[in-house]
Write a new protein. Structure first.
Length: 260
């Protein structure tokens, strides 16, 4: 009986050994228990600041490498190189992760220029430049540049230009370690608030009628992005989703409200 019992166990042991030899699939995201930045040109202060900002969070490893790059680019290191993630220790979804980092040179802003289409600018060059709170010669900061582009959008939106667009083109001078920013602006054209359309089921009786009444205060006026934000804020209790509706006249901005 003992022999038979031992022989019967052999296939089960073989299956168990085979299962143990298979690689354990890794999760898509990890909680970063410890973040290690391996670098020969990184100051301790900067290393500690980045680790403090990101360690303890939960990330996809590709996302984490992009966040590391972004942290460097906020302080002018536009050419930073971040290597592949290397998992040092893994326990379920907790991981110690190491990245090789080459910081490179720090870049400063040489200046910002604007090219406009159509030709005549709605605002002066000084007004456009004032939307970027980063002086010439300052450390190049991608976050501040992004805020400046949003400010441009709001500036044009306040004058009725809902179709405004801007494409920034960085021009690198690697010998001086500077970046000039050339921004191509498509001003679009002035737009007027049109009609309000609604779909879906009212969250409460009378909600649609109330929205129509409040929209009448905007209808026919020159588009203003601030007025639109205020209208959406004042009516946020209705749980609405909004988007522009195509119109026969591109200079009319109609609004579609979908009750969620």
């Amino acid at each position: 009986m003992r022999i038979r019992f031992f022989i019967a166990l052999l296939p089960l042991l073989a299956v168990a050994a085979s299962a143990q030899s298979q690689p354990v699939p890794r999760p898509d995201v990890y909680r970063i228990h410890k973040l290690i930045l391996e670098s020969t040109d990184l100051s301790r202060t900067q290393r500690d600041a980045i680790i403090h900002a990101l360690q303890g969070g939960t990330y996809d490893l590709d996302e984490l490498s992009e966040r590391i790059r972004f942290k460097f680019r906020e302080t002018g290191y536009e050419s930073v190189e971040v290597g592949e993630a290397r998992i040092i220790r893994l326990h379920v979804c907790d991981a110690d992760v190491s990245y090789a980092v080459h910081r490179g040179s720090q870049y400063r802003l040489a200046g910002i220029t604007f090219t406009l289409d159509p030709g005549k600018s709605v605002f002066t060059a000084a007004q456009l430049r004032s939307q970027f709170h980063l002086e010439d010669g300052a450390v190049f900061n991608t976050t501040e540049i992004g805020k400046g582009l949003e400010n441009l959008k709001d500036l044009y939106g306040s004058a009725g230009y809902a179709n405004f667009g801007a494409i920034p083109k960085p021009i690198y001078d690697n010998s001086r370690h500077t970046i000039s920013l050339a921004i191509d602006i498509d001003q679009g054209f002035p737009v007027t608030f049109g009609k309000l359309f609604m779909e879906g089921i009212e969250p409460r009786a009378g909600a649609a009628q109330q929205l129509l009444a409040s929209w009448k205060e905007l209808e026919g006026k020159r588009y203003n992005s601030q007025l639109l934000r205020e209208w959406l804020k004042n009516n946020s209790a209705e749980r609405i989703y909004n988007q522009r509706v195509a119109s026969a006249d591109p200079r009319i901005l109609n609004m579609l409200v979908h009750f969620q």
